[in-house]
Design a protein around this ligand. Structure first.
Ligand code: AMP
Length: 176
């Protein structure tokens, strides 16, 4: 799977100085790269016998939607505040400076449902943790977490201890 790195572009100083941004638009633009990523994620999600996939705004939607179609599973969208029209629940998480939050519809998960969480990249794990909390608040079970990119030099493992986290490629330092 390491060759998937050939499809990911690293952009220094985006969105602000000092951040190395891992850009998956180049992977999405290549039908071979995108299919490789989806094939691998599909295997993991299938092995979880989940009822639904939950994807995180906005790059997570691309992978989550394709996987939901491949596996014939329902898709939940976790969105930035104020975007979902019906009753919602929300969870805050920490950013480098300040906080942000995500929402899902309060009827998106029903008691006992198994849900796999899908996003493009895991950094501190705060975003994924917030989504896991919302699933559990609604009585669902987090069956697993699937992302394309792991930033292994960041301490997400502690935050997501107990969850089965699957990723396709790892970067172990902030180098281009
Ligand atoms: P975190 O909550 O710290 O795990 O951040 C994960 C979210 O932020 C994901 O939805 C990513 O899309 C985005 N993100 C964080 N750091 C980066 C990065 N270096 N390159 C690209 N996306 C990032």
């Amino acid at each position: 799977m390491e060759d998937l790195k050939n499809y990911v572009r690293s952009v220094p100083d985006f969105p602000k100085p000092g951040i190395l941004f891992y850009d998956i638009t180049t992977l999405l633009m290549d039908p071979v790269g995108f299919k490789k990523a989806l094939d691998e994620m599909e295997q993991f999600v299938r092995s979880k016998n989940a009822d639904k996939i939950i994807s995180i705004e906005s790059r997570g939607f691309v992978f989550g939607a394709a996987l939901a179609d491949r596996l014939h599973l329902g898709l939940i969208t976790a969105r930035k505040p104020g975007k979902l029209p019906y009753r919602t629940i929300s969870e805050e998480y920490n950013l480098e400076y300040g906080t942000d939050s995500l929402e899902i519809h309060s009827d998106a998960v029903t008691k006992g449902e198994k849900v796999v969480v899908v996003d493009d990249l895991i950094a501190t794990g705060g975003t994924l943790k917030a989504v896991c909390k919302m699933i559990e608040r609604l009585g669902g079970e987090v069956a697993g977490i699937s992302v394309v990119i792991d930033l292994s030099f960041l301490p997400w493992r502690e935050k997501l201890a107990g969850y089965d986290v699957h990723y396709l490629i790892s970067y172990d330092s902030e180098k281009v």
